[in-house]
Design a protein around this ligand. Structure first.
Ligand code: NGS
Length: 343
């Protein structure tokens, strides 16, 4: 048998097929997981410097919200361990106990009781049909955020099944509806399948928009390309408004995050990242979506469109808005009329 294989490999009739096979394997591996082969150098903020780049809430600077005298500390400790992969399932009884155990208010709202947080942050999650991941995310994130003394609300924006998924538009809607509830100064737009592993990855905004999930296990903790701005990002409310939010035109998978990064550049803003170690994330397993065909065309016309396609032409039906025990739930029907794209 071994001799036969050996013979086949060196037989001239097969050698070109074998080489072609190997080349195809490497090409596909590269296309699917470019990070494996890339070690792109990029600028990042070292852990010792992180505090200087964080942007505290204007509410407590103005003293408006100052019913407590003491500001909470910003907790960064280099000795903290990277956290392991979260448990695979969360039981109903665990979910039921969480609000009481962790003092979470209806709507998935929490703030420190002993001090005034430096940050008031809304975490917006575009969502459809990922219940198991949402359970894992919530049971992991509430304690994670509380340990950082962040004042926060978790907002899940769910799209009905009528149209293809539009991640970017759901985030615009989450923003537009959440600012009506409370003047959060900082927004984190976050995929439900991403879990931060480093407790020092502070869930707050920096002075410039921040790509938080730059070090992802599925890319072997490399950044696949320098302009990647997907997964989990943090941006100040006023900056999000300045760039007119996300485009509403991207239906299906891909490109909307690249377009968002372009908007940031058009307005002369920069992207910050914390160090690769701080920015470590694991991605919960799921089936890969099929990329949309229109994404490259939309990206191409992004510059002409961005001032009229985004927060200022957002149309949707808000079907439900509920303060659930672990998150604020918004069920929305996306209206395609604010885009030029066929869906
Ligand atoms: C790029 C996509 C981005 C996506 C990124 C990483 O190719 O939307 O891959 O995707 N851009 C386009 O398709 C134009 S990932 O491998 O994490 O699923 O975020």
């Amino acid at each position: 048998m071994i001799l036969q294989i050996f013979f086949a490999i060196f037989h001239r009739r097969y050698i070109h097929k074998i080489l072609l096979g190997i080349a195809t394997f490497f090409l596909f591996s590269y296309l699917l997981h470019p990070g494996r082969f890339s070690s792109t150098d990029y600028d990042y903020i070292e852990i010792d410097n992180m505090k200087n780049f964080l942007s505290p809430s204007p509410l407590h600077i103005s003293g408006k919200h100052m019913n407590k005298t003491q500001l909470c500390p910003i907790i960064i400790d280099k000795d903290k361990d990277i956290m392991s992969y979260p448990r695979k399932t969360v039981s109903e009884s665990e979910k039921l106990a969480m609000p009481t155990d962790l003092n979470i208010l209806p709507g998935g709202v929490w703030k420190p009781s002993s001090c005034m947080s430096n940050f008031q942050v809304a975490i917006v999650i575009p969502y459809r049909d990922r219940e198991r991941q949402l359970d894992i995310f919530l049971s992991y994130m509430h304690p994670f955020l509380q340990a950082q003394m962040i004042e926060y609300r978790i907002v899940v924006v769910e799209q009905t099944s009528l149209h293809p998924f539009n991640r970017a538009k759901l985030m615009n809607i989450g923003f537009a509806e959440t600012v009506k509830i409370f003047p959060y100064h900082c927004f984190i737009f976050h995929d439900v399948d991403l879990i931060p592993q480093n407790p020092n990855n502070i869930y707050a905004c920096t002075h410039q928009p921040r790509h938080m999930s730059s070090s992802l296990n599925t890319f072997r903790y490399n950044l696949p390309y320098k302009d990647l701005f997907g997964g989990a990002v943090a941006i100040l409310k006023r900056q999000f408004e300045e760039i007119n939010g996300f485009s509403n035109a991207f239906f299906g998978w891909g490109g909307e995050d690249d377009d968002f990064k372009n908007r940031i550049s058009y307005k002369g803003l920069q992207v910050y990242r914390f160090s690769p170690d701080v920015s470590k994330y694991v991605m919960l397993a799921h089936k890969k979506e099929l990329p949309s065909e229109s994404r490259f065309l939309n990206l191409k016309s992004g510059r002409e469109r961005y001032e009229t396609d985004g927060l200022n032409n957002l149309q949707y039906d808000l079907l439900k808005l509920e303060n659930r025990s672990l998150y604020t739930w918004m069920l929305v029907n996306i209206l395609p009329s604010d885009t030029n794209t066929d869906i």
